[in-house]
Design a protein around this ligand. Structure first.
Ligand SMILES: NC(=O)c1ccc[n+]([C@@H]2O[C@H](COP(=O)([O-])OP(=O)(O)OC[C@H]3O[C@@H](n4cnc5c(N)ncnc54)[C@H](O)[C@@H]3O)[C@@H](O)[C@H]2O)c1
Length: 380
């Protein structure tokens, strides 16, 4: 059994999810590796007692990431900090020789991402992946196997989206994710974009060009202290891209939507693939439902499958039970460790997003900003 000693830098919403997944590791079966949480870093002291109370394995709790990176008890780092800090911290982590699972978007903009990619190239001994958990839903794993088997036939179109709507409430106070200076110019694309790109990119469906329509629907928000302040980030983005079906060489429409103001949606990640031989639809709104249409030349009918707990990494959970967010995160962390230990993912669609895929997403979002500015199609 190989133990991978983890440090967390950025112990907020996502840091706690990662720590909680580590504490439940016995949930996973038949693995030859396990994580141990040895160090946590956050500059906000108020967050740290929860870690101290729940993780007896912790040897270091600090507000200074450089202290964590100097700790020989840390082999790998999960880093979940505001986007504007990605470049500084990811470069420091990789340069310190620590393996990294870094949160998306992997740099606040293309320039920051390029600096991270250059650092990765200088450190081939360090294993680096970008967090993106939605492919680990059982339905998406099944869709991945269908893509690998060429089951869809010639691709007609692909639509992927990530929509939520707590921002419909214009009285919601502003936070760092709505400030260009911290979240970056990409706005909703930086927050949600890697999630919608992951499966198309893993399938080899990269965009050749993009026409983006970006919306800034709420221009001011309360600052929580009684004043209204500017809210400049893009709320919603629709990217109409032209991609290519590698099997036929034919172009097809790839539509990627990221929306923070999508009435009725709490946190819906969805994927639709329409092919000449088969079609598939999945949304986290109905986490157990996979819709498939397999065309045999006769009647066309969608069927609904109640997917159980058919995960890439085996768990104690009974096969008929439905899956949820914390379980797919745990699957993704297992995928990171599996690839770190074994040198390759268990299967093509059961691997974390690669730095190259994250870099592609930056090229796309940068082109999308340009497309919005010019009101025209931009080539990639
Ligand atoms: N994979 C997902 O589903 C998912 C979901 C939400 C957010 N995210 C990503 O996770 C990252 C963090 O988002 P979050 O929602 O956890 O934010 P958060 O605000 O809850 O947590 C970020 C933490 O970083 C800390 N921090 C800031 N500067 C620091 C520094 N210099 N050193 C150490 N800690 C510092 C903050 O104090 C805060 O506790 C972002 O990249 C975001 O895009 C991913």
């Amino acid at each position: 059994m190989k133990t991978i000693r983890f440090g967390i830098i950025g112990a907020g919403l996502m840091g706690r999810e990662f720590a909680s997944a580590i504490s439940r590791w016995c949930h996973l079966l038949d693995l030859d590796f396990k994580p141990e949480l040895t160090a946590v870093c956050d500059k906000n002291d108020a967050i740290l007692p929860w870690y101290k109370e729940n993780f007896p394995s912790l040897k270091l709790v600090t507000g200074d990431y450089k202290t964590l990176l100097a700790d020989p008890n840390v082999d790998a780092v999960y880093c979940a900090v505001p986007h504007v800090l990605h470049q500084e911290l990811y470069v420091a982590i990789i340069s310190a020789g620590k393996h990294l699972i870094g949160e998306k978007p992997f740099g606040v903009d293309l320039k920051a991402n390029t600096a991270i990619m250059d650092c990765i190239r200088r450190h081939p001994e360090v294993f680096v992946r970008c967090s993106s958990e939605f492919p680990f839903y059982p339905s998406v794993q099944r869709i991945g196997k269908m893509i690998e088997a060429g089951a869809f036939g010639p691709i007609i179109e692909v639509n992927a989206s990530f929509r939520h709507s707590s921002d419909l409430d214009s009285s919601k106070p502003i936070n760092w994710k709505r400030l260009v200076a911290v979240n970056g110019e990409y706005g909703c694309m930086g927050d949600l974009g890697m999630h919608v790109c992951h499966i198309p990119f893993r399938a080899g469906w990269f965009p050749r060009n993009v026409r983006a329509l970006l919306s800034d629907l709420v221009k001011q928000r309360p600052d929580g202290k009684g004043t209204l302040v500017a809210c400049e980030t893009w709320d919603n983005a629709t990217l109409l891209c032209e991609s290519t079906d590698a099997a036929t060489g034919q172009p097809f429409p790839l539509t990627l939507k990221t929306q923070r103001i999508a009435p009725g949606e709490t946190n819906s990640w969805s994927l639709e693939i329409l092919g000449m031989k088969a079609c598939a639809r999945f949304s986290t709104k109905n986490p157990r439902r996979l819709e498939l249409l397999e065309y045999t030349g006769k009647e066309q009918a969608w069927r609904e499958i109640d997917m159980g707990n058919e995960t890439a990494f085996k768990t104690i959970t009974g096969g008929i039970f439905e899956i949820g967010f914390s379980a797919i995160l745990m699957q993704m962390f297992a995928a990171f460790m599996h690839e770190l230990v074994h040198g390759k993912p268990v299967s093509r669609f059961a691997g974390c997003a690669t730095p190259d895929e994250a870099a592609w997403s930056h090229r796309l979002f940068t082109a999308a900003l340009e497309s919005q500015k010019q009101a025209s199609v931009v080539s990639l």
